[in-house]
Design a protein. Sequence first.
Length: 411
Amino acid sequence: MNLPFELFVGFRYLKAKRKHRFISFITLISLAGVALGVMALIVVLAVMSGFEREMKEKVIGVYSELTIEVRPAMRGYGDVIRNAEQLPDVVAAAPYILGQVIIRGARQARGVVVKGIDPVREGRATALRKYIARGNLLESGSGIIVGEELAKDMGFDVGDEVKIVSPVEVQTPAGPVPIVLDRVVAGIFDSGMYEYDSSLVYVDLDTAQKLFRFDGVVHGVSVKIKDLDVTRGVERELKKAFPHPYLIKSWMEKNPNLFAAVRMEKKVMFFIVALIVLVAALNIASTMIMVVMEKTKDIGILKAIGVRPRSIMSIFTMEGALIGVTGALIGVAVGYLFADSINPIADFIGWLTGFQLFKSDIYYLDRIPVELSWLRIALTAAIAIALSTAAALYPAWQASRLDPVEALRYE
């Protein structure tokens, strides 16, 4: 296959052994800079996107996509559930009671968030069932489900007795005393999100109603939908079906600061790491300037035999583009492999140094989340190639303006 003249010459210039080894070395540095920038962008975007995805999954898995609430409490929640489940995009709905209590074990006590649930409906409306690591989802009725981190800290295991102390008091002949219920640990859940695993417990709806003296009422109803992309649409439909005093909230509204911070960090990290590609592109510009100076005689000869200035400009522009393409391809390959193996690499470094790189109590999750998107990878490579090509334009333009007589005067 015959290559176009400009591409053929540009490729020959790129791979030819130059008289000045320093220029060849700078070319390699430029190529390595593009590869490093592309690799870093792919890894950073994959981790940040994975972190955002995991946060969504954990929040939705525990609290569902949408909630219907009435303040201070909802009566007739059975009708609300039936009406909500009739909407086409709603998969299931489940009642809940949410509050704060103190749980006491044999050795210590701790304040936690308690969620009262209907075990059967909750298993359909959230991902709690798949998070159960040991025991069951309150299948025996009265009991308590605690998080993995809380169980470790408190020394709990399935079958242990726990006292639940409510902030609500009842009047007795001796004065007001808090409601205290004895329950057995029915299960231990592991969502992989430290905040939930260390401070959230589940009880059956009847137990929660006793704890907060809710006689046949709940705080709200969790609503699971078919797809996150239709959240806004289902939210509008629920608002029509349940006007005031009902309050409809989505998972985005319940955690606005968290997800806004994640998106902002993703954008900031993109621009910071993109500077590596920009520096590499500037390095390509300086490299091409030196190449043009080295090839002054060749440019003069090409012009003397009738090669047009536009073709001269194309030759050196394509040389810069070739550096960008080669660096981008290397960066994509290395970045993909590194991102795909980032957890084993982190585990190996932790084993080697004894230092845990990704602490779950700091980063919420117990593993480094990664979401590789070929669209993002292709876009990253395209940006790197475009910057590399743009960096070569000025030196190429200067080369096209060289006077052949001046170029060959001293040869």
